[in-house]
Each structure stands twice: as structure tokens, then as C-alpha cells.
Design a protein around this ligand. Sequence first.
Ligand SMILES: [Zn+2]
Ligand SMILES: [Zn+2]
Ligand SMILES: [Zn+2]
Length: 134
Amino acid sequence: MKRNTWQREAVRGALDANDGFVSAQALHSALHSTGSPIGLATVYRALADLADTGEADSLQSPEGESLYRACSTNDHHHHLICRNCGLTVEIEADAVETWAKDVAAKNGFTAAAHVVDVFGLCAACTAKAAASAE
Ligand SMILES: [Zn+2]
Ligand SMILES: [Zn+2]
Ligand SMILES: [Zn+2]
């Protein structure tokens, strides 16, 4: 069942306005700063719901935090994510697709799926880090 409550729409809107992956907490404080009375538990629920219906991508940060993003496509894709500013680039990874299929087949696995996301520092953050190190 699809619930289109105002809370869900508010969370969806905040996600759309954000370019990179964000945590429920970051999205909650963004909504609060615009005067929304939405609760953190509701934000968590709405994000899980959006991820379930494929309206948002979700992934785990290296620190184990769940992050969400409204991606431009529902098709299978991968991400490059800046661990400092959250900048996200959607990427295709043909080499990964081939490798995943081959390695699954070799081990007799069917219906194999995979999640591959690359975390690092974006060009701007790398330049900033280099500048402040001088
Ligand atoms: Zn995505
Ligand atoms: Zn960055
Ligand atoms: Zn893939």
C-alpha cells in the first residue's frame, strides 16, 4: 500500500532538494530548519518507505549509517560518494557487472545481485584538504 501522507511528501521534497546522499538525521534537521514539525522517527519511516518503493536509493556508509538519495534513475547503477561533503556521482560499472555475473555463475549462484559504491574525497574536497595542509 502506498501512503501519501504530508510527512512522506515533505521527506521526498527534502530528498529531491539534496544533491548527495544524506542521513535521516541530516534530513530531519534540514526539515526542522524550514519550520517543519516532523519527527525523527517519521523521517526514518518515510525514508525506508521511499527506498522500498524504489523512489530513493539507500546505502550504508563506511561508518554503518544508512544514507538516502533520490536518484535520477531506478535502473541499476553505482555511486561515487564524497565522504566529506556527500557529493554523489551516479556511475555505470560494466566491468563490475561482468565480474559479478561470472563469479556468481562459477560458484553455481543464480539470481545474483550486488551493491557496489565507492567512497572517497571529491576533487573540491581534495583541493581544500591540500590547501589547508599548507
Ligand atoms: Zn543512485
Ligand atoms: Zn566533497
Ligand atoms: Zn552493478
